[in-house]
Design a protein around this ligand. Structure first.
Ligand code: FES
Ligand SMILES: [Fe+2]
Length: 398
């Protein structure tokens, strides 16, 4: 008689074990700096609303300075940015009944139709720290009382120093910066994991920029040692991971005979990728040697993120700027920001249904290609400054 054997259970859910905080961060990590708008999107005297990690934020520029305040009017809750009413340079004015909040402190300074109202001076909406650098408006999103305020540089990629011909740093002088941002219908984590996943190189295999430059792209990067990924942990500085493609940590897969495919392209173009909290990708020497790309994955709510993709290079002279503009219009924009990047957005949005509706965080079957994805989940779980809770009244399935 054969012994009764227990039916082997399917693998226990992956959720949990080593990166539980990451799995709980459907609305993003709080107490980090995030890009909100390009500077040119907020001209003098205007008002715009953004949503970051569930925080609805009104951005207002007055006398050149950018202010960020809660976009929910304390009176009856409308989004203040839904209509522009900029009466002077000192207030954020709600278009509905005229509550006027001080730009510096968010305190109710007057009510347009009730100038002696007892609420004046007693009601306030919260404010957010803002930094405008490198043509981008950054906001520190999270707890209002979070102290000390970390520097913006702690949430940006590191400055590259180990390359004899390094790509520039975003806060350098004399940069030409171009880029895009837009909304993708996927959770921010799927965006981040797509951005930093060396295993997804296959979706770029036949892209126009690869064909046009005859660039070699492997079919995959197979990690061969623990040295394939370097942890970046700078005191009071960036926390991230760097893929050591060129330091012997990876075997580059160039052919798969079973699948009947070979990589193509003759130009071996040196590129290196790294990724930083709260969700910023650095690609060195892309789209061209000496240029850099930063890509952010900014949580909007639990089902959308704002993708940012910028490219920048050093330009000291007007002639160099003109040439960079030419490259942007004729190459970066059509081939990188539009064609190349659309493949990434497509992939992220395709993953969303599985992870949101079909228990994907527990059902995914990660393979060796995903070593980096898992490393990122662990790093993010360890170094984040807090998990953003859903806004009141909103639940988060994943
Ligand atoms: S809702 Fe804003 S002033 Fe009434
Ligand atoms: Fe990609």
């Amino acid at each position: 008689m054969s012994p009764v054997r227990a039916v082997k259970q399917s693998k226990p859910p992956a959720a949990g074990r080593e990166y539980q905080p990451y799995l709980e961060a459907a609305w993003g990590f709080k107490n980090h700096w995030y890009p909100a708008l390009f500077s040119h999107e907020l001209p003098e005297g205007t008002l715009r609303g953004v949503t970051i990690a569930g925080h609805e934020i009104a951005l207002r520029r007055a006398k050149g300075k950018v202010y960020a305040l809660s976009d929910e009017c304390a009176h009856r809750g409308v989004r203040i940015s839904a209509r522009q009413m900029c009466l002077n340079d000192d207030h954020l004015t709600c278009w509905y009944h005229g509550f006027c909040y001080g730009l510096e402190d968010g305190v109710l300074k007057t009510v347009v139709g009730s100038p002696k109202d007892p609420l004046i001076g007693k009601v306030r909406i919260r404010t957010y720290p803002v930094e405008e650098r490198a043509t981008i408006i950054f906001i520190f999103v999270g707890d209002e009382d979070y102290q000390p305020l970390p520097p913006l540089t702690s949430d940006l990629p590191i400055r590259i120093t180990d390359d004899p011909n390094p790509t520039p740093y975003l806060l350098d002088d004399d940069l030409f910066i171009c880029g895009i941002h837009g909304t993708a219908k996927s959770n921010w984590r799927l965006g981040a994991e797509n951005g930093f996943d060396p295993g997804h190189v296959l979706i770029h295999w036949d892209n126009a920029i690869v064909a046009a430059t005859d660039s070699f792209i492997p079919l995959g990067f197979h990690p061969t040692s623990p040295d394939s990924i370097k942890v970046i942990d700078e005191p009071n500085g960036p926390k991230g991971l760097m893929n050591m493609y060129n330091a012997g940590g990876y075997e580059l897969i160039t052919e798969n005979q079973v699948a009947g495919i070979k990589s193509r392209g003759r130009n071996h173009h040196y590129v290196r990728t790294s990724f930083y909290l709260p969700g910023c990708l650095l690609v060195e020497h892309w789209p061209l040697t000496n240029w850099a790309v930063y890509g952010w994955f900014v949580p909007t709510d639990d089902q959308h993120h704002e993708y940012w993709d910028i490219a920048f290079g050093v330009c000291h002279t007007e002639e160099e700027r003109k040439e960079a503009q030419f490259k942007h219009e004729k190459m970066f924009k059509p081939l990188h920001f539009e064609d190349f990047y659309s493949n990434d957005i497509f992939a992220r949005e395709q993953m969303e249904r599985f992870y949101r509706e079909r228990d994907g965080w527990n059902r995914e079957q990660l393979c060796e290609l995903d070593t980096v994805v898992v490393a990122w989940r662990k790093l993010a779980s360890r170094f984040n400054r807090g998990i953003q809770a859903p806004p009141a009244g909103r639940n988060s399935p994943s």
